[in-house]
Design a protein around this ligand. Structure first.
Ligand SMILES: Nc1ncnc2c1ncn2[C@@H]1O[C@H](COP(=O)(O)OP(=O)(O)OP(=O)(O)O)[C@@H](O)[C@H]1O
Length: 657
């Protein structure tokens, strides 16, 4: 699997150093470390939480605000019945296989992938080709699948394995079992054979209340809460379609083998949109025109069927026109997802959209594309964008009777010819007494076909017999004195339909991780100096304030500048430590702080400060007002550093260590 092994400056990417950095600077750390940690659980520190909040805030502006979405906050604890109806109880599972000797459990597709990738590496080594070093997982203190001895494989076998790997997400349990047998895949630690794959449901089960008689799950997605609020949401939107709801909140999945840090965890923040659209008319989107020229790297289903991973740069307008992407609304969101990812600083060369294969799609999906980001772990799905059709609303309505539909006044009433049954209630009431309501309901429920047939029976026999469960022996006779059945024309003025749902679903942790990797680099003059080049809008802290020394004369100026910036909502940190200016800047480059202000003796004299740019280390010098304006403009994206550097006088300060 191709992985990103260089930084944004083309330097070799050292994952272990990167991981030490994010831990040391408290972006995120394993939870409950003092107790030995729990796989798949992480805490975000101060820098990480600020970064995550800023990503989410930008997400809200980009989607919720821009598109007038209705944001809701629904509960995490969800009754069993909800997920039974949605199909998650039966199907939200991954395949695992067990080593019967040690009890060790593997996620079947991951094991096949790791072992086959290692064999391909072994083959490359045997052919004398360059092979990337395999990293150990320091946390687990054990080797991942070892570089299996350098063994040359048959050319045809190499091609076959490459094809299997390209389709690794598509295999079901039985197919994985066959692959394990075919390629003799065993426990890499002790070489013992494994039991065949079995399904493992990923939902955490619990129960609500002291008597524990209401079984429940921690939600694995926020979507169901939004669907079950559909009637209220439609009302909030004044019965207007299309519209979208959105939700940001924690979801939980009991992953079989959490791995790769934040990329596969058991508790994570999701930001999900449910866009409700009328299925009639090709799922058009009113704003598609605005994005139709956005170019995406598309890896479509057919290419993957051939075992390839070649992407094609395609305008989303063309992709929808040619049917590669199913409909405008899905296409609109793919383009908007890309624009969001670029806004937060994702490298445009490291985004692609991969279409799900038919058997890979979730049980509810009609078409699905993943936005994948390139990391040192390979291409990682960070946003799923699925057309869930009318699946969820339909099943919940069927189960509960809740009106999860749209009722729309028709412009032109529709003429409908139908068989109508008229039950004479004045006669049927006294005759059937307590059963009369049940019988009325049974008559109402008769299908059109049956009504037509019964109308003939009524003419022929003067009576009909219908099924009414629970009354008499399940059959009730109705004479022509009680019922008439006629074909009539009625005008239907209201159209009822179940909306389809297009769902962009963002895993904030995966985006966060991919972004941190992608903006990480080292200064050329000193490899120990690491920089995280977050765009100013999402950087955890925007401005570092550095008084030249701890001289109390600087304090009023520090206070004034902070106050100025706080007033306009810009976060600052002051570093008045004894370290050199250069060291203080370097410490904050590691945190991704985009700007630094130095206050020196000149500042006391003439109220001017220097402003430093993190990425170029260039500096300008200007009055407190000009500096404040420049910072505000850069944070809100109204100006780039290059604009400020042209506009304000340059300052040739040295970064002294
Ligand atoms: N275990 C996890 N840890 C972190 N993020 C996750 C996890 N599972 C899903 N996500 C995030 O939630 C998003 C939407 O979830 P979705 O159900 O589409 O994922 P998925 O297809 O099950 O992911 P995968 O195939 O990688 O398990 C994903 O794109 C991803 O960003």
């Amino acid at each position: 699997m191709p992985s990103d092994t260089t930084t944004l400056k083309g330097q070799p990417f050292a994952r272990d150093q990167f991981e030490q950095l994010v831990k040391r600077r408290h972006f995120y750390t394993p939870s409950f470390d003092a107790y030995g940690g729990v796989s798949g659980l992480y805490d975000y520190g101060a820098a990480g939480t600020a970064l995550q909040n800023n990503i989410v805030e930008l997400w809200r502006k980009h989607f919720v605000l821009e598109e007038d979405m209705l944001e809701v906050d629904t509960t995490i604890l969800t009754p069993y019945d909800v997920f039974e109806t949605s199909g998650h109880v039966a199907r939200f599972a991954d395949w695992m296989c067990k080593d019967p000797k040690t009890g060790e459990i593997f996620r079947a597709d991951h094991l096949v992938e790791e072992v086959l990738e290692a064999r391909l590496k072994g083959d490359k080594e045997a052919r004398g080709e360059k092979v990337e070093a395999e990293e150990d997982d320091p946390k687990k203190k054990k080797k991942k699948v070892k570089n299996i001895a350098a063994v040359k494989l048959d050319d045809a076998l190499v091609q076959e394995i490459e094809e299997v790997l390209a389709k690794i997400d598509n295999y079901g349990g039985e197919e994985l079992g066959l692959l394990i047998k075919k390629y003799d895949i065993r426990n890499p630690a002790n070489n013992s054979e494994l039991l065949p794959p079995v399904a493992f449901n990923l939902m955490f089960q619990t129960s609500i209340g002291p008597s524990a008689n209401l079984p429940a799950f921690l939600r694995p997605e926020t979507a169901q809460g939004q669907f079950l609020n559909f009637a209220n949401l439609l009302e909030d939107n004044m019965q207007q379609m299309p519209f979208a709801s959105a939700s940001v909140g924690k979801s939980f999945r009991n992953e079989i083998s959490p791995r790769q840090g934040l990329l596969r965890v058991r508790e994570f923040l999701m930001a999900e949109i449910e866009h409700f659209v009328d299925p009639a008319g090709g799922k058009k989107h009113p704003r598609f025109e605005e994005v139709k020229d956005v170019e995406l790297e598309l890896l479509n289903r057919d290419v993957q069927l051939d075992g390839k991973t070649t992407v094609e740069t395609t305008k989303i307008g063309t992709a929808v026109e040619t049917g590669v992407v199913d409909n405008e609304t899905l296409g609109y969101f793919l383009a908007r997802i890309q624009l969001f990812l670029l806004k937060i600083g994702i490298d445009p060369k490291k985004i692609r959209f991969r279409q799900h294969m038919a058997n890979e799609m979730a049980h509810y999906a009609a078409d699905c594309w993943d936005a994948e980001l390139l990391t040192s772990h390979g291409w990682i799905e960070c946003v799923g964008c699925a057309d869930r059709s009318a699946y969820d609303l339909t099943v919940h309505m069927k189960k509960t009777g809740a009106p999860l539909i749209v009722r729309e006044q028709r412009k032109e009433p529709l003429k409908i010819e139908e068989w109508q049954c008229d039950l004479d209630k004045k006669k049927s009431g006294p005759k059937f007494k307590k059963d009369s309501k049940t019988i009325e309901a049974a008559v109402e429920a008769l299908s059109q076909d049956l009504r037509e047939k019964l109308s003939l029976d009524l003419v022929k026999d003067g009576k009909i017999s219908i099924d009414v469960p629970g009354v008499n022996d399940g059959k009730v006779e109705l004479s022509k004195e009680l019922i008439s059945i006629e074909k009539r024309t009625r005008l239907d003025t209201v159209r009822e339909y179940t909306p389809n749902v297009i769902e962009p679903s963002f895993g904030i942790g995966r985006i966060f991780y991919a972004l941190c990797e992608q903006v990480y680099w080292k200064r050329e003059q000193d490899e120990a100096r690491v920089v995280l080049s977050f765009p100013p809008a999402i950087a955890p802290t925007k401005v570092l304030i550095v008084p030249l020394s701890s001289n109390p004369d600087f304090e009023p100026l520090v206070r004034k500048l902070r106050l100025n910036l706080k007033k306009i909502g810009i976060s600052t940190r002051v570093d008045a430590s004894g370290a050199s200016i250069g060291k203080r800047y370097a410490r904050n480059d590691e945190l991704g702080t985009p700007m630094g202000v130095t206050i020196d003796f000149q500042s006391i004299k003439d109220n001017t400060f220097t402003l430093r740019d993190r990425d170029t280390t260039e500096q300008v010098r200007a009055s407190i007002d000009d500096i404040t304006t420049a910072i505000a403009n850069i944070v809100k994206g109204a100006e780039q550093w290059s604009d400020v550097a042209t506009r304000l006088p340059k300052f040739e300060g040295q970064e002294v260590d």
